[in-house]
Design a protein around this ligand. Sequence first.
Ligand code: NAD
Ligand code: MG
Length: 396
Amino acid sequence: MSSPTLRHVAVLGATGSIGGNTLDVIARHPERFRASVLTAHSNVAALAELCVRHRPDLAVIADAALEGELARRLATAGVRCDIASGHDAITAAVSGTLCDTVVAAIVGAAGLDSTLAAARTGKRLLLANKESIVMAGPLLLEALAAGDGDLIPVDSEHNAIFQCLPGGRPDLKGNGVRRLILTASGGPFRGRKRAELAGVTPEQACKHPNWVMGRKISVDSATLMNKGLEVIEAHHLFGATPDTIDVLVHPQSLVHSMVEYVDGSVLAQLGNPDMRTAIAHALAWPARVEAGVSPLDLATSAPLAFEQPDLGTFRCLALAFQALRAGGDAPAILNAANEVAVDAFLGGGLSFLGIADLVESVLAELPSQAVVDVQTLNERDRAAREAARRVLRNAC
Ligand code: NAD
Ligand code: MG
């Protein structure tokens, strides 16, 4: 048997939760994968440590003020790799020849430019940064078509659906697909009513029952905005209309999502809640590699349970469906308002229930417009953030 070709992987957001899981999988298969580019926002100590362990060709720190410190730390540790800094350096690294594979694991709209660059330059794009496809779905699909590369979803639900479909981005109707069913854990506040959520704290919101994740996505999981963003992500990734995407709460997080076919077959992908499964699948696809994930033992697992989401309590999910149906750049407005709201909540400046209120008022203030290009989209993103901050100031 011929040995697999070595993939050179740029891990964007290397110091984060997805970044760490990706590097864990990469380190298990040095004959298949090499972390050639590592990037981080400002955690220079963690980035330097990762460079010691993974010996990339290039390390990029987004906060340019920290480039000198990164250089000092790497010199002290005896690591010889190129160093760059700033937002544009990440995009340049993605577009260049140092990598053929890009793990887009920056959190939020900050990941848009690098995600688009990976698509445009035909890299294998492993998409975790859901905010970029929510913001710029049509532009990302255009860039992918122009670059002729692969997009393999890393978000566990979309990775599951990808595995349950015949391959690529198929014509759903032509392949007999009736519905995509996204599962949701329900987050730490599942079963609670609005009155019980008024005083919940960021620490409580970030305590996810099944997954250990970054703080932003943890809050999104608690509000169900994460599932809302994922509905929009599924619409773009698989060409599914809003009416053919359902959300089902499944507290055990063992069934990662399902595809229902017209003959009544429902295909599901199961596994323990560990992101390394989706990451390993996306890195090695169409091959399979060991991911370090313990085997699923259904006999000793809690019984699989399913229930409808409570859209009256978790309004963010309803707002995301509303934005998807409105079309145009409404999802980008929703995303920007949500990023400001989550930041404010984490910083103690907004209540948990205030997140949905803030998103709703920004959506009402900025009716949807057609998505034209990245520049216009970035302007709309800025306008939505300004509107959200104004609402926040007026509320204080
Ligand atoms: P995290 O907060 O743990 O890590 C975020 C990473 O992005 C860090 O390395 C940080 O340095 C980098 N970053 C942040 N702001 C940046 C900026 N302005 N410029 C450059 N880099 C920046 O987040 P995470 O949980 O790993 O999530 C990353 C992305 O993956 C998010 O879009 C999230 O929705 C998605 N995702 C995460 C999980 C999960 O299990 N954690 C699952 C599915 C999807
Ligand atoms: Mg997910």
